[in-house]
Design a protein around this ligand. Structure first.
Ligand code: TRP
Length: 332
């Protein structure tokens, strides 16, 4: 039986942090074992806010190198740049005809921007380009062009997925056939969130992230900055309310977790020591990925080859789908 299709896109907006690693990359790589996967760099989506050509290019390489460093097999999965698949843009235009403006008005990211503008006494649409306004339509095209079954995304993208479903359903309804496959969101909730340096959710907007590819020394320095309480070395400590332990758990085996838990409860371990344990286990896990990343980012022609191959395979699938759609809707 043919495998089901999983697809997701990542906007090139800067190097990933530990939160992205556990929340996004790792689950997506797990999925690649059981699904046919299409993973892409959402460079046209990034263009809504990124206007510097050099930066767009460099950041796109970074995302590709990140996927590959994490172990994505580019022969098995299709890894490509959104901008390289022509059918996406034709499909977007088709979807536009079935997307009500009201639906776009309700998109969280657009609404948030309008709200910010109001609070600043600016025009409600200040700084809103049509790319941002129609963001969910392009995203729907990304998904629907491949007959994707599942779309692994963070919670913040759930509404976009619902919109893709809405648009696809109204099209299928109109043409009285399943022209577009209805996708399902795959939202990873179980592990909750990854704790940042200040104890809040790790997020770029809180400025509390641990970048994934930091060199050892810098990684150690950053870990030493994790905010802790003022308990003395002697005092027993509670692992379950501790940011250091919460991060440690992500990297450690069950046995290692138990061992550190004992040290917490016994007392006699200062925060500096706990941080050192965290640093060691993180560095050990991340060193190989970091090395691979450095190797890849310095071999752009290899990345070009991978992306070219991915684009070729993606275009083949999508152009077939578009031929089918064109006929079904009376354009061919
Ligand atoms: N909007 C997603 C984000 O900001 C990126 C994205 C673009 C995407 N197209 C997609 C994700 C299609 C899943 C499916 O993270």
């Amino acid at each position: 039986m043919a495998k089901k299709i999983a697809l997701t896109g990542i906007k090139p907006t800067g190097l990933p942090h530990i939160g992205n690693y556990f929340g996004m990359y790792k689950p997506a790589l797990e999925l690649a074992k059981d699904f046919d996967t299409r993973y892409f760099i959402a460079d046209y989506h990034a263009l809504n806010s990124l206007k510097d050509p050099k930066l767009v290019k460099e950041l796109s390489y970074e995302v590709a190198a990140t996927w590959l460093a994490m172990g994505l097999d580019p022969k098995d999965s299709i890894l490509y740049k959104q901008s390289a698949v022509q059918g996406t843009f034709e499909l977007t235009t088709f979807l536009m005809a079935f997307t009500s403006k009201g639906l776009m008005n309700r998109a969280h990211s657009y609404k948030a921007k309008v709200q910010d503008n109001k609070e600043l006494n600016k025009d409600p649409d200040d700084g809103v380009n049509m790319g941002l306004f129609t963001y969910p339509v392009l995203m729907a095209a990304d998904i629907l062009q491949f007959d994707s079954d599942v779309v692994p995304v963070g919670k913040d993208q759930a509404q976009h997925l619902e919109m893709a479903v809405d648009i696809a359903q109204s099209i299928n309804h109109n043409y009285k056939q399943e022209l577009l496959k209805i996708p399902q969101a795959f939202i990873k909730e179980s592990t909750g969130y990854v704790t940042g340096l200040d104890g809040r959710k790790m997020s770029k907007s809180y400025n509390n992230t641990i970048p994934l590819f930091l060199p050892s020394k810098k990684l150690r320095k950053l870990i030493m900055k994790i905010v802790t309480n003022s308990q003395s070395v002697e005092e027993p400590k509670d692992p379950d309310t501790c940011s250091i332990f919460s991060l440690y758990k992500l990297f450690a085996s069950k046995d290692q977790q138990l061992e550190l838990r004992k040290k917490y409860l016994a007392g006699g371990m200062g925060w500096g020591h706990a941080k050192q344990y965290l640093f060691e286990i993180m560095d050990e896990t991340l060193a190989p990925i970091r090395e691979k990343y450095t190797e890849l980012i310095n071999d752009k022609s290899y990345i070009d080859d991978v992306l070219k191959d991915g684009a070729d395979r993606a275009n083949e699938i999508v152009s077939r789908k578009m031929d089918f759609i064109r006929k079904a809707i009376g354009l061919a």
